[in-house]
Design a protein around this ligand. Sequence first.
Ligand code: ASP
Length: 339
Amino acid sequence: MMEYFLALKNLTRFDMKTITVIFLILLSTSFLYAQPIKNYALVIHGGVGVMDKKSMTPEMQNEYTAVLNQVLHVGDSVLANGGTCMDAVEKTIMIMEDSPLFNAGKGAVFTHDGIVELDASVMEGQTLKAGAIAGVRDIKNPIRVARAVMEKSEHVLLTGSGASQFAKEQGFIPVENSYFHTEKRLKSLEELLKKEREAASNDKHGTVGCVALDSYGNIAAGTSTGGMNNKKYGRVGDSPIIGAGTYANNKTGAFSCTGHGEYYIRLGFSRDISALIEYKKLSVAQACREEIRKLTQMGGTGGVIGIDRKGNIAMEFNTSGMFRGYVKSNGKKEVAIFK
Ligand code: ASP
């Protein structure tokens, strides 16, 4: 100890200055490294359905996997660069709306009358603000207009021509309904019509959704769909119904659903999951599983993705497959299709 003090005493003023500078540099870098990297995470789905490995060619699987990976990549960079959970929800869903692979935006299913009618919704967990549109025929990216309804109107849900008028006033350029049409969906409608049945088709589903936790600790959810193949009479499903197909609350979690919408509406599906977490203290995964159990019991099919503020996630479904994936700030990432 004595030697240490003697050595210190012998240091010149220059030495002391150097040591101080080094000390300050070390302190500042260690401070930088000690900064907690805030968690973020994002989960996506591209719909459920009757999918089995035999009926889906490896090429098709690769196509879906590639788009899902691209969607996760974009969501990851939005959140890594300080974007909000709502930015991530909007950007990721837009990619799936633009892809003809999914039943949302381009490539959406046809109604009985051979047109495309789209539904979408978003919800913010911090404020409980929400926006949705239903039955729109000329909006390229319904998820963007759902967000505009939340942020720029005093309403939650706008339908049909009213929603289109609002979109125009907000500066969105309308598209012809033919923009959404794809051969695959037309064929599947024709098959259904020929068989004269209204349900059970291989591409009945294909709705898209995203739930995200951002680095500010907030969560959000969004869902976009063409609804059910061969739908009639201006039918609207669960996707634009807050508390059915979409729900977000910072206290519990954020959820986006896909499946037979009538069951989801009757169950108040996503709001019920939130209640299970709030009142029964279930985890996100437990609550989603429990709600899927209720769905199965009622005879419905579908799936749900969920996330909470800690970055716990869920991807539950009772069908043979659900296009899905997640990415987390710790680098974990997964894309899957089958059970
Ligand atoms: N839930 C959507 C609806 O019923 C359809 C789906 O998710 O496939 O409109």
